[in-house]
Design a protein around this ligand. Structure first.
Ligand code: A3P
Length: 286
């Protein structure tokens, strides 16, 4: 295991290189959400960058000039990182913001605002596999060890941003709020056009057919993988070891089947059943 320095915040481990207690505190207690903010919310590895690209393209009526010329984390800063928070505070409205925190650490100012939150969820088995490969390549994350070892940490919530189950259960309590919209990675893959239409409707953006097609086209896995402003090729060598893995890895649903053994899958299912007991929503992977 490598010696990457982590600190614990609210029971969750975080690398000290890009996160800090002060930032989390500021985000929760002081950060002012503005009514015209659009917030791209996810548990890590659930399609954050994909949704960020879709939202950026929608904001420009499908014109890819912005997404092809400005790097993704400058278009839509991660407000839960120290650098991203600074950028967000300097950004003129309307802002497009990314965040991964569980509901209890989300800016409290949201509760009085009309800002729109889009929560993208993904089959947690694919999240696990994606998170594992990401951890191998990211120098700022701890070496994940074997997939079996990482799965134990993931299932017990001992990874940055904590338990997937707690994240989903906490956020889904907001599902009936008018300024909260949730969608899954799997739906985005099955029907990208229908999803973009739904997102536009939620945002109150009217795009014509050609503009919607352009959003779908430029946010496709292929186009994003080619776009150096979205494919992580701009990520600093101190953050990522580009030889150890690509950010735009596979972009498919069900890759877990290529990685989990029968026993690991059964164990995952048991934990899932136990933790998700009582959830009234059925997801595409259930
Ligand atoms: P894989 O590792 O399974 O390939 P996040 O942005 O939340 O970190 O999620 C990263 C995952 O989303 C990666 O999954 C990445 O390949 C996938 N992804 C990124 N852009 C995508 C797109 N346009 N279409 C489908 N998947 C995409």
């Amino acid at each position: 295991m490598s010696s990457v320095e982590y600190f614990t915040y609210e029971g969750m481990p975080f690398p000290a290189t890009i996160f800090s207690e002060e930032t989390f505190n500021h985000v929760e207690k002081e950060f002012q959400i503005l009514d015209d903010d659009v917030i791209n919310l996810t548990y890590p590895k659930s399609g954050t960058h994909w949704m960020a690209e879709i939202l950026a393209l929608i904001s420009k009526e499908g014109d890819p000039t912005w997404t092809q010329n400005v790097v993704l984390w400058d278009r839509s800063p991660w407000i839960d990182t120290t650098d991203g928070l600074k950028k967000a505070l300097e950004s003129p409205p309307p802002r497009l913001l990314n965040i991964h925190v569980p509901f209890r650490l989300f800016p409290k100012s949201f509760l009085q605002s009309k800002a729109k939150v889009i929560y993208t969820l993904r089959n947690p088995k694919d999240v696990l596999v994606s998170y594992y490969h990401f951890s191998v390549a990211m120098k700022i994350l701890k070496d994940p060890g074997t997939l079996q070892e990482f799965m134990e940490e993931f299932l017990s919530g001992n990874v940055p941003f904590g338990s997937w189950f707690d994240h989903v259960k906490g956020w889904m309590e907001l599902k009936d709020k008018p300024n909260f919209f949730f969608i899954t990675y799997e739906e985005l893959q099955q029907d990208p056009k229908g999803c973009v239409e739904k997102i536009c409707h939620f945002l109150g953006k009217e795009l014509n057919r050609q503009q919607i097609d352009s959003v779908v086209k430029y946010s496709s896995f292929k186009k994003m993988k080619e776009n150096k402003m979205s494919n992580y090729s701009q990520a600093d060598d101190t953050l990522m070891d580009h030889k150890k893995g690509q950010f735009m890895r596979k972009g498919i649903s069900g890759d877990w089947k290529n990685h989990l053994t029968v026993a690991q899958n059964e164990h995952f299912d048991r934990v899932y059943q136990e933790k998700m007991q009582g959830m009234s929503i059925t997801f595409p992977w259930d």
